[in-house]
Design a protein around this ligand. Structure first.
Ligand code: FPP
Length: 250
């Protein structure tokens, strides 16, 4: 049986989030510069989007650029932004043809006008699609997102629109950039690093974590299938006992 055939399509995670790491190391191992690794990373992005949509995954979130990535050498930041603009321009039609909706989370105001224009174009073109939602985290970090949520809630309190005593998980979630998006059941990180790096800290409270040594440019469909198969072997208990979980299933 192939890896793909081993996946139980009835038990797919609705939402998969990925920390795409290792482009730089992949390039260095080949004696190339880091930006060559990022270019190859885009090929992997394309492949994973197509395969995830084909399987029937409803939401795919990709960590493309973190708040902390602004501190990289300026030439690398520029190259990544250019890659983003080119990818958006080249892939918009394909996204629409595949019925994929694009969403972006992050501090968009920090992006250049050129990047924002490309984003707006693709967001608009894909807004009527109804298939998989592709969420690109750009200039994103979880702490930025949570601090912003606290700030926005505080303004509402000041305006008398929220009673502090009523604040609960649901209200807080409504102020996150991921409102209306279910939490990921599976978080994948490539390249062997065992960290979360300020990504979706609130949303991954109960996510299954999957780490692989594979560097992002080498993360192809078989790697995605392996992660999904591993996910399906796990028992998700949400704080309950194993017996309680199985009782509910029966
Ligand atoms: C991590 O590798 C990767 C990034 C910071 C950028 C990821 C971006 C892409 C794959 C391209 C654009 C994405 C889209 C959605 C079009 P690293 O540079 O940290 O690698 P290293 O840890 O080996 O140095």
């Amino acid at each position: 049986m192939s890896l793909k055939e081993s996946i139980n399509l009835k038990r797919l995670p609705k939402h998969v989030a990925i920390i795409m790491d290792g482009n730089g190391r992949w390039a260095m191992q080949r004696g190339k510069d880091r930006n060559y690794g990022h270019k190859k990373g885009v090929d992997a992005v394309r492949e994973i989007i197509e395969r995830a949509a084909e399987l029937g995954i409803r939401y795919l979130t990709l960590y493309a650029f973190s708040t902390e990535n602004w501190n990289r050498p300026w030439e690398e930041v520029e190259a990544l932004m250019e890659l983003m603009v080119n990818s958006l321009n080249n892939e918009t039609k394909k996204l629409v043809d595949n019925n994929i909706i694009l969403k972006v989370i992050g501090d968009i105001d920090r992006l250049s006008a050129e990047v924002r224009e490309s984003l707006d174009y693709t967001l608009e073109r894909t807004s009527k699609c109804s298939g998989m939602t592709l969420i690109v985290a750009l200039s994103y970090s979880s702490r930025w997102e949570m601090v912003k949520a606290v700030r926005d809630i505080s303004y509402k309190i000041k305006e008398g629109k929220i009673d502090p005593g009523n604040i609960d998980d649901k209200i807080f979630e409504n102020y996150l950039t991921t409102r209306d998006i279910p939490d990921p059941e599976l978080l994948i990180r490539t390249s062997g690093e065992l960290r979360i790096s300020n990504f979706l800290l609130w949303q991954i409270a109960y996510s299954e974590l999957y780490f692989t040594e594979t560097l992002w440019p080498d993360f192809g469909k078989e790697e995605l299938y392996k992660a999904l198969i591993e996910y399906q072997k796990r028992e998700r208990r949400f704080g309950k006992t194993s017996e309680q979980v199985h009782e509910k299933e029966n």
